[in-house]
Write a protein of this length. Structure first.
Length: 252
């Protein structure tokens, strides 16, 4: 997000203000591993603008001050506050879950979108699912887009990474879990018609390529969500939300 001083000074005032607001957003939402470095860069930009009254103390960050400064710069940029920042300032998270989690986990293999992974993690928390298992190039928890979409759920939801999805599947089956792939195959059953077991592992595959055949062979069952419009598939995070809600309300 950094810019050489002269290049920053040459930006239009609204663009300069937006850069400052963007850095404050990173700090407020604690995005990425190096979010603290955003405070240093922010102070440099404020110094270049000769606005010492808007400097912040990286060692003692105060949310109310960050919020006021963020609103100030967004206003100068001609923009309103972003929804995720407003939620981050007052997210209303509970101290503990209302209900115990289901005995159903998720395996996310080769999901290319970190935002999708974060959305899935947040949905798992909201609907009381168990653990998220990750394999392949599925994003790590430190990814900025994942953390932004997860809205803090990554801080308490159990997550485990596997070198091989087959090892995860074998472990689940050994523990008595049925492995069910969300994938449209000739032998897949409609979501509502499937006899959901008491415990299991739901497999989610790549957004474009789906689940590889060698992995599908190891699954106990496949399910799909019937489409009624012109599109033949849903975003993987949206599809999971439908399944997650159905299983939460299914009489296991």
């Amino acid at each position: 997000m950094g810019l050489p001083p002269q290049k920053f000074r040459n930006l239009p005032p609204k663009a300069q203000a937006k850069k400052c607001a963007d850095l404050l957003r990173v700090i407020i939402l604690r995005l990425g591993k190096d979010w603290l470095s955003a405070a240093q860069l922010y102070n440099e930009m404020v110094h270049w603008l000769r606005k010492p009254e808007f400097l912040i103390n990286p060692q003692q960050l105060q949310l109310n001050i960050l919020k006021d400064f963020y609103f100030h710069w967004r206003s100068l940029a001609g923009l309103g506050p972003e929804r995720d920042v407003l939620l981050g300032l007052s997210d209303g998270d509970r101290e503990k879950a209302i209900n115990p989690p289901l005995t159903w986990d998720v395996l996310a293999h080769n999901l290319r979108s970190a935002h999708n992974v974060g959305a899935i993690l947040r949905t798992m928390d909201c609907l009381g699912w168990g653990k998220l298992h990750c394999s392949g190039y599925t994003a790590h928890l430190e990814h900025k887009a994942l953390r932004s979409a997860a809205r803090g759920a990554e801080q308490w939801m159990p997550v485990q990474r596997w070198d091989s999805p087959l090892d995860c599947i074998a472990g689940a089956q050994k523990a008595g879990q049925s492995v069910v792939a969300l994938e449209l195959t000739p032998d897949a059953q409609v979501l509502e018609d499937f006899a959901w077991p008491e415990q299991g592992l739901l497999l989610l595959g790549n957004e474009e390529l789906g689940v590889a055949p060698k992995i599908l062979e190891r699954c106990d069952a496949k399910i799909y969500i019937p489409m009624h419009g012109r599109k033949n598939s849903l975003n993987v995070a949206s599809a999971f939300a439908i399944v997650a809600h159905f299983v939460r309300n299914f009489d296991l």
